[in-house]
Design a protein around this ligand. Structure first.
Ligand code: ACK
Length: 218
């Protein structure tokens, strides 16, 4: 019935509580502010600008997101595969509205997106769809072989014209690549370069973020 179909949300996920949203927003801004001043970053500036000598202000380059969250299941109001099954899963129903701690373990930047990697607990993994990492081979080669939860992230910002779905794809792509050398020890952690404008900072101290498991209708 049409009424039942429209009762499914755009997506389910963990929604960061407001104090921690501010904290993460600030940490991400500080990271971007420092990153674009590093010699190692400037060496690869053409990845972002298309030109070797041009400068980039990463804080301006990305449009910051509000209402930070970690998507578990994108349902597209029921049009996405497995949406109804997910919504009916007893674990999903039981967990709905509960607050848990997300562990943010890395920040990553590409010419398209900036995001935080989320390392899920065993309990949180129960809410993770089995096919979340299974992107078509053409989109992200090798992603299907990554462990469950690899795609878990919080989108912090997107470049102009880029859709937020890209953040998870960028993370999957980085995780399929061989781990690069550490190019810089920053205050927040170790920075690695993965080619083609892809950077990942492993946080020395993971950021603990209280978040509510819920859904977004829009
Ligand atoms: O930043 P995100 O995780 O990426 O949060 C938004 C949210 O759903 C609303 O757009 C995510 N999203 C959009 N399309 C998809 C998709 N096809 N697969 C997985 N996540 C998606 C987007």
């Amino acid at each position: 019935a049409p009424l039942e179909e429209t009762s499914l949300p755009l997506y389910f996920g963990w929604f960061l509580l407001s104090p921690v949203q501010v904290k993460i927003g600030c940490t991400a801004m500080d990271f971007l502010k420092t990153l674009d001043t590093l010699e190692a970053f400037k060496k690869h500036i053409a990845d972002f600008t298309g030109e070797a000598e041009k400068e980039v202000d990463l804080e301006q380059y990305f449009q910051a997101k509000r209402s930070l969250h970690c998507t578990t299941k994108f349902c597209n109001y029921g049009k996405a595969d497995g949406a109804a099954e997910y919504a009916k899963n007893p674990v999903v129903i039981k967990s709905y509205g509960s607050v848990s701690e997300l562990s943010l373990t890395a920040l990553f930047v590409t010419p398209r997106t900036v995001g935080a990697r989320v390392s899920l607990s065993e309990q949180q993994l129960q809410l993770w769809p089995a096919d979340a990492e299974k992107e078509p081979e053409a989109a992200v080669p090798g992603s299907a072989a990554l462990p469950a939860g690899s795609r878990a992230h919080v989108t912090l910002g997107c470049a102009e014209g880029v859709q937020p779905v890209q953040t998870g794809l960028d993370l999957l792509q980085i995780l399929t690549l061989p781990q690069g050398e550490v190019v810089e020890e920053m205050e927040l952690g170790s920075l690695r370069y993965y080619g083609e404008g892809r950077w990942m900072l492993s946080l020395r101290e993971p950021i603990c973020a209280a978040a509510c498991f819920s859904s977004f209708y829009g």
